[in-house]
Design a protein around this ligand. Structure first.
Ligand code: F3S
Length: 290
């Protein structure tokens, strides 16, 4: 059986950078005498992958889930994940003996900067994205004035007519590009005078396009990722629509091929939060065992 791994499988650049940052500070601290080691924290899971979070916890990295927990910190190292955080989080830690290792993805930082600049000038700012998502919440936290997050087309439809109002529009990095185009057309139709910067990151788009292409030339597809990861589920649906023999697995233990089917080549891809080691394990297993 021939196995082909998608180049874009697994962590995007921003997540990889953040995970590497935690491992880097961890190994630096582990080199010190125990009495000198500083506690290491992440605010939110560094990546939506239970195995990675558990492995870090086992080495002493503490996961903080709420702002209250964060505000109680007095000393240590805090790694900020790729989603980024609002300005208030930096302020909350000011004056404390805490080193911030800022691993906000540079693409997210760019949106935060744009929102700050345009809202400071008094423009109305719209962020197209899920207001409940931590990336969007962090972005909103850089606004000064009229900044709103809108989830999708329905929310834009519900707005009153724009009457020529100057509006600056950006998008959450994972917002769908086709939906963004529709939204912009709708703003114009409603009479808003919009200026736009496309802040959508194409890591997700590239991963999906490559998966589609790979599924089209494979007898079977394997999608690796967490059961609660929405981008993994999406990847699975895309592949299954083209290659019905597609399976979604979390680790190599879940892998099953039906021996009655003639499978000559298998395509492998993985969601954005799947670590390299898990992907490589699956790849090696398929190449050696089937
Ligand atoms: Fe990843 Fe950064 Fe894009 S976190 S999905 S590279 S915006």
């Amino acid at each position: 059986m021939e196995a082909v791994l998608a180049k874009s499988a697994g962590f995007c650049f921003g997540v990889e950078r953040a995970v590497d940052a935690v491992y880097r500070v961890l190994s630096e601290e582990e080199k010190k005498d125990e009495s000198e080691r500083r506690p290491i924290y992440t605010y939110g899971a560094i990546v939506h992958n239970e195995q990675v979070v558990k492995a870090l916890e086992d080495r002493g990295v503490k996961l903080l889930k709420t702002k209250e927990e964060l505000s109680r910190l007095e000393k240590g190292i805090l790694v900020i994940r790729a989603h980024g955080v609002g300005e208030e989080i930096y302020k909350l830690l000011q004056g404390k003996d805490i080193e911030i290792v800022d691993s906000s993805c540079p693409y997210v930082r760019k949106i935060q900067r744009l929102v700050r600049e345009h809202s400071e000038k008094g423009e109305r700012v719209i962020v197209m994205g899920d207001p409940e998502h931590p990336e969007v919440q962090g972005i909103l936290g850089w606004g000064k004035g009229d900044v709103t997050a809108l989830k999708g087309i329905e929310e834009v439809e519900a707005l009153p007519d724009g009457e020529g109002q100057e509006t600056f529009v950006v998008a959450q990095t994972t917002f769908h590009i086709d939906k963004f185009k529709l939204v912009l057309a709708l703003f114009k139709k409603k009479g808003y005078h919009v200026s736009v910067i496309n802040t959508i990151c194409n890591a997700t788009f590239e991963r999906q396009s490559e998966a589609k292409e790979l599924a089209g030339r494979s007898d079977a597809m394997v999608v690796i990722g967490g059961s609660s990861s929405s981008n993994t589920k999406k990847l699975f649906e895309i592949c299954r629509a083209i290659c019905p023999n597609t399976q979604l697995i979390q680790t190599v233990k879940d892998l099953k091929f039906n021996s009655d089917e003639a499978i000559r080549n298998v395509g492998i891809t993985a969601g954005a939060s799947t670590p390299k080691e898990i992907i490589e394990e699956v790849l090696t297993y398929v190449r050696n065992e089937f």
